[in-house]
Design a protein around this ligand. Sequence first.
Ligand code: SF4
Length: 331
Amino acid sequence: MALRSALVAWRARILSVARPRVAGMTTIADSPTRPAGPVSAGEPLPVAVVGSLSPSRAADFKNCPLLYRFRSIDRLPETPTRDAARGTVVHAVLQRLYDLPAAERTVTAAQAAVTPAWDRLLEQEPELAELFDPAADPEELVAWLDSARQLVANYFRLEDPTRLEPAAREEFVEVVLDGLRLRGYIDRLDVSPAGDLRVVDYKTGAVPREAYEAKALFQMKFYALVLWRTRGVVPRQLRLIYLADAETLSYVADAEELARFEKTLQAIWRAIAQASLTGDFRPNPSRLCDWCSHHALCPAKGGTPPPFPADALRTASNPGAPGRCSVEPAV
Ligand code: SF4
C-alpha cells in the first residue's frame, strides 16, 4: 500500500518557544487528608499533590474513567493478548536493529531477530507461554511469528534504516509542570544536523480512520509537550509509523497547540484527582470494551467493581513506570 503522509494543520511556530518550566515537586506524603467531596473547577486541590500522567494512562481516563481506576488505582492484572505480545516483540526488534552497524540493518537481519526477541520476552514474562497451546495447534505460534516478521518487513517499505542514526531509542522523558508530572517512553527520537527534533512512534496496528486520528495524535502531542518543556524546542515533526498498513502519519507541532494541550492534561489530572477523592470513576462503554480485561468488574457489563481503595489519590499520584499498553486493537 502506498505511503500516505498526512500533514495536519498544526501550524508551525517553531521559533516562538517559551522557556522550559520545571516546577518544584511536592508530594502528598506529608499532606493533610481531605474529607471526600467534589472539588469544583478552579478550586485548589485540597492536598499538595504531584499528579502523574503517562500518555496511556491519560488516554485510559479519557476513554473510560473506570478503566483508568482498574489500571492505575486498583492495579488489577490484565489478560495478556497475542496482539500486545506481538507489539512488544516488534518494538524490541526495531529498537535493536539500530544497535547494528548501518550496513547490516537489513530486512533479513531484522526478521531473524523476531524469534530471539520472543524468547527474551518469554524469559521476562513466562506467563505469555499460555498464549499458545502447541499441543492443540502447533502451527499457531509459527503463524504468529510469521505475522511479526511481516510487520518487521513492512517497516523497510517506509524507512531505510541504513540511512538513519536515531539520537535516542526507547527514551524515557519526564517533566513536572505546575504540579503535574508527565512521563513516558518515546520509541525513537531523531535529531537533524540543524537540531530539529522528530518524534517517531511505531504502531503494529492499522492506520486509524480519520475520526480516530485525534486519539493517535494525543500520545504524540504528549511527547512533543514534554520535549518542548524540557529542551525548549518544539519537535519539528511527529511521525506515527503504522506497520500493519505500511503507512505513516506525520504532523507538524505548534507551540500554541502544545500550550493548549498542557491545559488539557492539567484538566484531565484534575478530573482524576477529583474522582480519586470521591470514588466516582464511571464506565464509558465503547468499542474499546472489546479489548478490556475487566468485564466481570464493570457495571456496564453486569459486573461489580471491588471496594474503592482508601488511598486512591496517593496511588494515582504514584503510578509506577509508565505503561505501553492501552485498550486498543493493537499497540
Ligand atoms: S468494559 Fe468498557 S466500560 Fe467497562 S471498564 Fe472496560 S472499557 Fe470501561
